[in-house]
Design a protein around this ligand. Structure first.
Ligand code: NAP
Length: 279
């Protein structure tokens, strides 16, 4: 697969056909007239080590890592960024010139940039945020919210043990709530984030009341298929400002593209449209 002067990157996951990352990076390669390619590297768990070990000899400058390998792939990295270390997972690999692999996690960055792009700003002196979920993505979301200086982060999760572990690992200003305490957790929040997989195509709906939320609060969903989730639709109907999950996906891709191809690409309406177009 080594490809002369062509610059190569890809995405390692299993399955991989649903991933929008190839579209994002292909759009940017074309926009910036870079002679490069971004390839799906479908890899089952048994072959993860082989895929990682052969990236260098196959001419890859790097790769994204997605489910189910985000945690396991970290073991094969020579270097791991502090953010990835903190989250216990990587989503981006940089192949150094000597073949060393460096793992990074750009999900925190993606989430923060998406909120910034929507012009979300903290209002009160002691801002509160409620987060649904305590899985891998919720970890990145909560870590990003901590950097935004929320006074209190309330995590609502079905499995309390997982929420407890997240709170212990990330430390600081986190309180955890049972799923049936969600109304209590939402009261007074400036922002509600869905970081569960509920509401995603093929997953059960997110069946949760949001009436306890102020109509001044913002509601963000990190699920992006469908783009307008039922949660966002309900929130918009009651006057809440909403932020969809596609922006997080697009923004998390930017630092990786820059590291591999040397250009900081833009997230704009044209890219969003291109990514959402059915093939
Ligand atoms: P994960 O680690 O499997 O976590 C799933 C979360 O959803 C857990 O909190 C889980 O609760 C909760 N959940 C699942 N089914 C549930 C149910 N029936 N009732 C209540 N809670 C339920 O998955 P993940 O990697 O965090 O991903 C979560 C979602 O984020 C996915 O839809 C993914 O596509 C999306 N995502 C988006 C971006 C982006 O860039 N926009 C990035 C990463 C992920 P328990 O702990 O109780 O199991």
């Amino acid at each position: 697969m080594k490809n002369g002067t062509k610059r190569l990157a890809g995405i390692i996951g299993w399955p991989i056909s649903h991933s929008l990352s190839p579209k994002i990076h292909k759009f940017w390669l074309k926009t910036h007239k870079i002679e490069g390619e971004y390839l799906p590297l479908e890899t089952d768990p048994e072959h993860l080590e082989y895929t990682l070990e052969t990236l260098f000899e196959r001419g890859f400058r790097g790769a994204n890592v997605t489910l189910p390998h985000k945690e396991e792939a970290m073991k094969f990295m020579k270097f791991v960024s502090p953010q990835a270390e903190k989250l216990g997972a990587i989503n981006t690999i940089i192949v150094h010139e000597n073949g060393d692999l460096e793992g990074r996690n750009t999900d925190m960055y993606g989430f923060t940039e998406n909120l910034k792009a929507a012009s979300f700003a903290l209002k009160s002196d002691e801002p509160i945020v409620a987060v649904l979920g305590a899985g891998g993505a919720a970890r990145a979301v909560v870590a990003a919210l901590q950097e935004m200086n929320f006074y209190e982060i309330r995590i609502i999760n079905r499995t309390m043990d997982k929420a407890r572990r997240l709170a212990e690992d990330l430390g600081g200003n986190i309180n955890i709530f049972e799923w049936n305490e969600s109304e209590k957790a939402m009261a007074g929040a400036e922002l509600l984030v869905n970081a569960t997989s509920l509401g995603m195509e093929g997953q059960p709906p997110l069946d949760i009341e949001i009436d306890a939320l102020s109509d001044k609060a913002w509601v963000a969903d990190i699920v992006y298929a469908p783009l307008q989730t039922e949660l966002l639709k309900r929130a918009a109907k009651r006057g809440n400002k909403t932020i969809d999950g596609l922006g997080m996906l697009l923004h998390q891709a930017r630092p990786a593209f820059k590291a591999w191809f040397g250009v900081d690409p833009e997230v704009n309406e044209k890219l969003r449209k291109f990514v959402l177009e059915k093939e």
